[in-house]
Structures are given as C-alpha cells and as structure tokens.
Design a protein around this ligand. Structure first.
Ligand code: DAH
Length: 344
C-alpha cells in the first residue's frame, strides 16, 4: 500500500510539474482525485488493510492528497500567471510607434476660389447671402425682366420641375440672378451682397460645360450708385484676384435685367496682355457679365428707381478656378480624384 502510494505520488508530481495548461492540469486532477481517480480507488481499498494499520495508512493517504492538492493549486496559479503575462505582452501599446493616419480629403479648387472671391468682397463691406436652388419662374426670369415670351428665356436650357404657365413654373435655377430679387424684396436698403451658388442648365458635358455649375452674383443698391462705382469695384476685384498689374476692359453687351450691360475682360495674367496660348493670342480673358440694374427690375421689387440705382454682376466660379489654377478641362473639377485635388 505504501509503495503504491509512493508510486502514485511520484507519477503525479512529475505530471504536474510538466503540465503547462489549465485544461491538462484539470485532467490530471480528475485522474487522481476524481470519483474514479487513482487516489480515490486507493482509499476504497482501505478495507483490505489490517484494522490496526488503517489510521496510519489513512493518514498517509490524506497527507499525499493534501500535498497533491497543494501542488495542483500552485501549478494552476503559475500557469495563470504565464498566460496573463503573455496576454499583456501581446496587448502592449507602443506609444512611440507612428499613429495610423486617417486619410483626409483636400479642399476643392472651386472652394478655394470661392473663399478668395468672398474674402475680397467681404473686405469691401459686402454680405454673403444664399438663395434657393429650386426656384419659381418669377424669380429666375420674370422679375429679372425676362417675361414668358422673351427670347433670352430660350437661351438657357432649363430643367423644369413643375411645368406651369409663365410665373407658375418651378425650375432648377439657371442663374443666381434671382437672389437679387429675393434680397430687394426684403426691403432693406442699401444692399451690398454677393450670392454664390449652384445653377443648372440642360447642357451637354464637355471641357467647358456642365449641367450643374456655380455662379457668384453681386448686387449693390444705394442712392447715387453710378457706372463709375461698378467699374471701380470690379477693377479692384480683378486686381485682388489676378494681381495688381491686371487691367480691365468693358465690352458692351446685353442682359435683360441690366441697362447698360457689359462683359468685363481682364488682361491675361499669363502673358500680361501680349497674347499667348492661354488667352488665345488676344491678351484678354473674359470673366464676368455686369451692368446697371434695370429701372424696371428695381420697380418690380418695390424700389423707386428715381431714388435708388444699383449695379449687378455675375461671375462663373468654375471659370475663375480654371483660369486661376490653369486647369484646361472643367470635367476634372467634378471627378473628385484626390490626386488631382491635392495639387491646389
Ligand atoms: N445671370 C447671367 C448669366 O447667367 C450673368 C450676369 C450678367 C449676372 C450680368 C448679372 C449681370 O448680375 O449683371 O449669364
């Protein structure tokens, strides 16, 4: 009996010492101390022991059992410690490693150009306002002196949303000029505003056209505003945008809502006006439409043209961005390819 006990003890001790996982340790425990375990079996065979030897043998078995239990507990704690340390090691955060960067986008040339235009006009005391992109025919055409049968209406290939009659029509605005009317109707004078925003025309896409593009509208209304104010303001705008040496030229033109009307050209900022590939040899680049607000337009919005006068202008934002950043195809502006955008 004693040697059997010694044998079990020696075997178990070496098993426990070699064990490196909690599961295996549990198996060992069951195989020795479990219901059908070796030590349990040994206890059962006590009845074969001489009664006078029983207390001694019993004590030996109990001691062995206690010893094994103690060893199991110690080994278990050790295995758990090793596992915990390995886990901590695996989860360690090295704060000196470079952080994984989140990809940032890049500001669009349109946005950069718009901010520059806004900065120039805000510096001259203008407010920046917005108007609706879905607009009534009245604001887009009628109140701008373009009645239903006016040929100027045909020039702008319009996306109609609701096909009413004349002023009852609802459409995607073809120009930002309607914001002029919204501002005038507010009845607060004087007005000094620019209104940037999206406009829509049923145009085919090519290097210089898109069915959706951006304009920046300008409007000034006050007492004693003259064409000299228009010229001075827009010349200053051109110099601030394209450089101090920029000169401007006004060519007579026609817009239904201004009288007189003009288109403004700037000297080519690439060649300084000598003529180059950029300005197609002319030395001049057209950048905006403008004019003195038509008295009838003032009247329709409740402003007395005898007391107040004003000027207006409209700039294509894409045109400014394309010129300023020397981009030769408008479609590049709408592809949102980050490799393209990053260049500006
Ligand atoms: N709305 C015009 C267009 O889309 C541009 C324009 C021209 C706006 C002259 C104006 C202006 O305010 O005075 O072609």
């Amino acid at each position: 009996m004693k040697s059997k006990l010694e044998q079990i003890r020696a075997k178990v001790v070496s098993q426990i010492m070699d064990c490196d996982s909690a599961d295996k340790l549990n198996e060992i425990k069951v195989s020795i101390l479990g219901k059908k375990g070796e030590l349990t079996d040994l206890l059962k065979s006590m009845r074969d022991v001489q009664p006078e030897d029983r207390p001694k043998v019993g004590q030996m078995v109990n001691e062995t059992r206690a010893e094994i239990e103690k060893l199991l507990d110690e080994r278990k704690a050790k295995i758990e410690k090793v596992v915990r340390e390995a886990k901590l090691k695996a989860e360690v955060i090295d704060v000196t490693l470079p952080a994984s960067k989140s990809e940032l986008g890049h500001r669009h040339p349109n946005s950069i150009a718009l901010e520059e235009v806004e900065r120039i006009f805000v510096g001259m005391g203008y407010d920046v306002v917005e108007g609706p992109e879905v607009e009534k025919d009245y604001y887009n055409f009628e109140a701008l002196n373009i009645p239903a049968d006016h040929p100027a209406k045909d020039e702008q290939d319009t996306f109609y949303v609701v096909n009413g009659i004349g002023a009852g029509e609802i459409l995607l605005r073809t120009q930002t000029s309607g914001v002029q009317v919204h501002e005038m109707e507010k009845g607060k004078l004087p007005i000094r505003m620019i209104a940037p925003g999206r406009v829509f025309r049923s145009d085919e896409v090519d290097a210089t056209h898109s069915p959706c593009f951006h304009q920046i509208e300008g409007l000034v209304i006050d007492r004693h505003i003259t064409f000299a104010d228009l010229k001075g303001t827009l010349a200053e705008f051109a110099r601030a945008l394209f450089g101090e040496e920029t000169k401007v030229k006004f060519r007579p033109h026609h817009f239904p809502f201004t009288e007189p009307s003009a288109e403004m050209d700037v000297t080519c900022f690439k060649c300084g006006g000598k003529g180059c590939r950029f300005c197609k040899g002319s030395g001049w680049i057209e950048i905006l439409g403008c004019g003195m607000v038509h008295p009838h337009v003032l009247e329709m919005s409740g402003i007395d043209p005898e007391e107040y006068t004003g000027f207006a202008f409209g700039v294509g934002l894409e045109r400014i961005a394309l010129l300023k950043y020397e981009i030769d195809d408008m479609r590049l502006l709408y592809e949102n390819d980050i490799r393209f955008l990053r260049q500006f």
